[in-house]
Ligand binder design. Sequence first.
Ligand code: NAG
Ligand code: NAG
Length: 317
Amino acid sequence: MASSGTTFFILIAVWVAAGNAKNPFVKIECNTKNGEYGHQSLLECVVKTTREVEGAVIRIVTWTKEGAEQPLLFFNRGKLQQEPGYRFAEPSWNDNNMNISLLIAETKVADDGDYTCMVITDSGDDSSLTSLNVKATYRDPTVHSIPEKISEDANNDLICNADGGYPKGQLRWFDEHNEEWTKSAEMDVRKTDNGLFQLSSTLTLLKGSRFSKYTCVVFNATGGKEGSTTFEMPPISGGLGASGGLNHSSKIVAPVIVIGSLIVGLLLALLIYRRRSRNARRPSTAPLMGDHQRGRAEEFDAEQGHLQKTEGEDSQP
Ligand SMILES: *[C@@H]1O[C@H](CO)[C@@H](O)[C@H](O)[C@H]1NC(C)=O
Ligand SMILES: *[C@@H]1O[C@H](CO)[C@@H](O)[C@H](O)[C@H]1NC(C)=O
């Protein structure tokens, strides 16, 4: 490894010492692209030769990340050295293939930056700078309150967290009328081990001045909206005290009690009404009913007697 590194530096030194004479026949053309974190990235560079040097053969190719000592890829007269995770994009590349693109198998944050691609052919040489912009999309934010139970007569904090993004983004707050409250919040930015950002924003809600909903939105480095989460404030508990408010069972019990007492009330009213109307009729009807009943009883007895009599007559003879 050490010898190949030395060879590489000697080559570069020779190449620079040669006056870096720009060969008019050989040129590297590169395309700058964005890389997605955790996915493959292609650093696309192609060697263009003029008609005069058609069929040029490549002797040396190097791919070096800015600031790194060792090249990621080093091809030297048939010998190919590649760092794990970095290789020629062309599956079976050979020294006649002018597509010298570099493929990064799994893009990391550390891959973000500038790269130098250098080629030496039997007909001239060139080098080119290209860059990779690594991007990672933030996960949807989460919002929670501190203290967990929102209190009406104290200040509360809403905390919004979004992580897994790159480059550095921003968290912003909006109420239900889409009014922005970011100025009342404080953002904290942390870098995780893998280089991705962890954003955290604290919005302080003063007692007495708050809305029913707060939405935390995560914006990426170029101001694009990536995700949002809405926090709904619990309903104002008012004078009901018992800070827990109505629990589930009392929500069911309350209507039952209301309907139950209504029914009982109606029944009572009906009972009282009936009793009153009966009392009101009694003085006049009672004697009448008494006479009537007495009369009916006499009639009945007479009838019975008659019936018994007739029965007796029938059975006796
Ligand atoms: C170079 O090769 C890669 C991998 O095969 C391919 O995706 C890319 O389109 C090629 N570029 C050109 C300009 O041919
Ligand atoms: C930001 O988001 C916009 C819109 O979704 C997108 O077009 C852009 O590429 C993103 N930029 C970064 C740096 O992630």
